[in-house]
Design a protein around this ligand. Structure first.
Ligand SMILES: C[S@@+](CC[C@H](N)C(=O)[O-])C[C@H]1O[C@@H](n2cnc3c(N)ncnc32)[C@H](O)[C@@H]1O
Length: 290
């Protein structure tokens, strides 16, 4: 496993547990904006032109291939700006000293953010549709356990869908739902179902922190709009990237999906390279509480 890149460490105390923060949470140039809460959950219903949107099996196949080809080299092990945002919120929140904090990392990939949370002392449930990603995440976690650096938190990684993982836990709720760069991959129906399912399984006063590619990310040099879905759904011009459509995520879409079920909702704009060494993508991050 490659070493994490350019880490700065600082110590933070949360009750009796001494936590090590990798990097300074929130150090990226975010723009914060507090937004009023939106409408209540709308019932997900099939959308017109849904056939344009990649289905789950195509998404899984695309990602399986990326992980087969590049493994841990896709993004390295630096935590994402979205993970730093959630970490900062959790560490600054008024949680009890001894309380275990369980985070679901949905679409965890090979676990770069999950492992960051574990290092901070949180317990992570990583879920991804790609079996290869989950195998890589488990291997990276094992390696980290063997490294000799004591880990305060713990992790378990599951290949499959969110609902089956929650069902297997017999009604236990979690303190945070986290997802970095997954929601733009989904159809509108799946997007709404996923956000609903997530919120349904959050404890009281829990955090909801997600990011996805925003419309600022549309690059006409390499992308084109899907006919009839202009300004919403794009695909890459390069046929080698077929099956990797982008359903850009806006504040309105997020608020329409989570509605009044969250409070203290804020949005941040940030950027992150699409892969190690490639150009930045523009992300919209949403943070809220139940
Ligand atoms: C851009 S990658 C991000 C990985 C990770 N969150 C990170 O930032 O390092 C998107 C991930 O979402 C996963 N994914 C896509 N659709 C999913 C679904 N319906 N359920 C679970 N994972 C999904 C893919 O397999 C892939 O690992």
């Amino acid at each position: 496993m490659p070493d994490e890149v350019s880490r700065t460490f600082c110590e933070a105390r949360m009750g009796s547990t001494k936590r090590r923060i990798v990097g300074q949470p929130g150090q990226s140039a975010f723009c914060y904006e507090v937004t009023p809460m939106g409408a209540k959950f709308a019932t997900p219903s099939p959308q017109p032109n849904e056939s344009h949107v990649p289905d789950k099996s195509r998404i899984a196949k695309t990602w399986q291939q990326y992980y087969d080809d590049r493994g841990h080299g896709l993004w390295g092990f630096s935590p994402s700006p979205t993970a730093r945002t959630l970490a900062e919120a959790l560490l600054n929140g008024n949680r009890r000293r001894s309380e275990r904090v369980e985070i679901v990392d949905w679409g965890c990939g090979y676990g770069r953010d999950s492992l960051y949370f574990v290092e901070l002392g949180f317990d992570v449930i990583g879920i991804d549709v790609s079996t290869k990603a989950i195998a890589l995440a488990r291997a990276a976690y094992k390696q980290r356990q063997k490294s000799g650096v004591p880990l305060v938190g713990s992790a378990s990684f599951h290949a499959g869908n969110m609902r089956s993982v929650f069902r297997s836990r017999a009604g236990q709720k979690v303190c945070a739902f986290f997802s970095n760069r997954v929601l733009h991959l989904l159809s509108e129906t799946d997007f709404r179902q996923a956000t609903r399912e997530a919120i349904r399984n959050l404890d009281q006063d829990a955090y909801f922190c997600v990011s996805a590619r925003s419309p600022d990310d549309f690059n006409p040099a390499v992308m084109e709009w899907m006919p009839g879905k202009e300004a919403k759904l794009a695909k890459y011009k390069d046929s080698a990237r077929d099956g990797h459509e982008i359903a850009f995520v806006t504040k309105e879409r997020l608020l329409g999906a989570v509605g009044h079920n969250l409070r203290d909702t804020s949005f941040l704009s940030t950027t992150e390279p699409e892969r190690v060494g490639s150009q930045d993508t523009h992300l919209l991050v949403m943070l809220g509480r139940t």
